[in-house]
Design a binder for this molecule. Structure first.
Ligand code: DGL
Length: 264
């Protein structure tokens, strides 16, 4: 019950989910892996993404986690089912949570899904959305330039607004009232995305709904952490630790983080 929660992503994107978990469950410890050396996953083959995701899950299994969050839509789309079948702890993804958030919010059932090429090609969001709202009009759009922008750490200037507006150009003649950030890196560009789609459109991520899923599972399994000492989160990056540190400390705003290098 005092074991950590594992959170994995191709890079820094899963920090958006880790932050929501820390806010909802401040007593829980998080062990995070960002596979920054092999990011982005979006353009990779299904087999590659599946293998890399398994490697991260196995590494966290050795660290004795009690639950795994695949905080990466691309990895959720291709690896969730197999990990759920074979891991000795509960495994959750972010796609159903994102779809739920969108369906709760949309008024006209017109939903844009922004995600990586891998997630869009998998059709996983359409499936999840249509299982909740059969008549929803779903407009998928891959945004391959967004993840490299976030991973570079240079996502705050005018350049980022221009790059995001450019990536969202194909939506110019579409009607929609809700946008799902179907890639966990995209909440880091939320301001830029909101500026591009306009203030009448609701822009949502899966982070909060995923955190609620974590709470529900831990509480159902009677596994919420009871230790009174503050949790000691540990972050792992397979690429540059200084770049990971600069993005993670800015995003999480919790002071100095414990960050270790991990190799696969
Ligand atoms: N953050 C990940 C996602 O939610 C993957 C981004 C990438 O590596 O392409 O899909």
């Amino acid at each position: 019950m005092n074991a950590p929660i594992g959170v994995i992503d191709s890079g820094v994107g899963g920090l958006t989910v880790a932050k929501a978990i820390m806010e909802l469950l401040p007593n829980e410890t998080i062990y995070y892996i960002g596979d920054t050396a092999r990011c982005p996953y979006g353009p990779r083959t299904i087999q590659e993404v599946r293998n890399f995701t398994w490697q991260m899950a196995k590494a966290l299994e050795k660290m004795n986690i009690k639950l795994l969050v695949i905080a990466c839509n691309t990895a959720t789309a291709v690896a969730l089912e197999s990990l759920q079948k074979h891991m000795p702890f509960p495994v959750i993804g972010v796609i159903n949570a994102g779809a739920r958030a969108a369906v709760k919010s949309t008024k006209r059932n017109e939903i844009v899904v922004l995600a990586t090429e891998g997630t869009i090609k998998s059709g996983a969001y359409e499936e999840a959305l249509h299982s909740l709202a059969t008549k929803a009009k779903v407009i998928p759009l891959a945004c391959p330039t967004f993840v490299p922008l976030v991973e570079s750490g240079e996502y705050e200037g005018q350049f980022s607004y221009d790059l995001v507006a450019n990536g969202l150009n194909p939506l110019e003649n579409e009607r929609f009232d809700t946008v799902i950030l179907g890639c966990t890196h995209y909440p880091i560009l939320q301001k830029q995305i909101e500026a591009a789609v306009g203030s009448e459109v609701k822009v949502l991520s899966s982070a909060e709904e995923t955190a609620k899923d974590v709470e529900a599972i831990l509480s159902y399994n009677n596994q919420l952490r009871t230790d009174k000492e503050s949790p000691k989160h540990i972050f792992h990056a397979s690429g540059s630790v200084p770049i990971f540190r600069s993005i993670a400390e800015r995003w999480l705003d919790q002071g100095e983080l414990t960050i270790r290098r991990i190799s696969f």
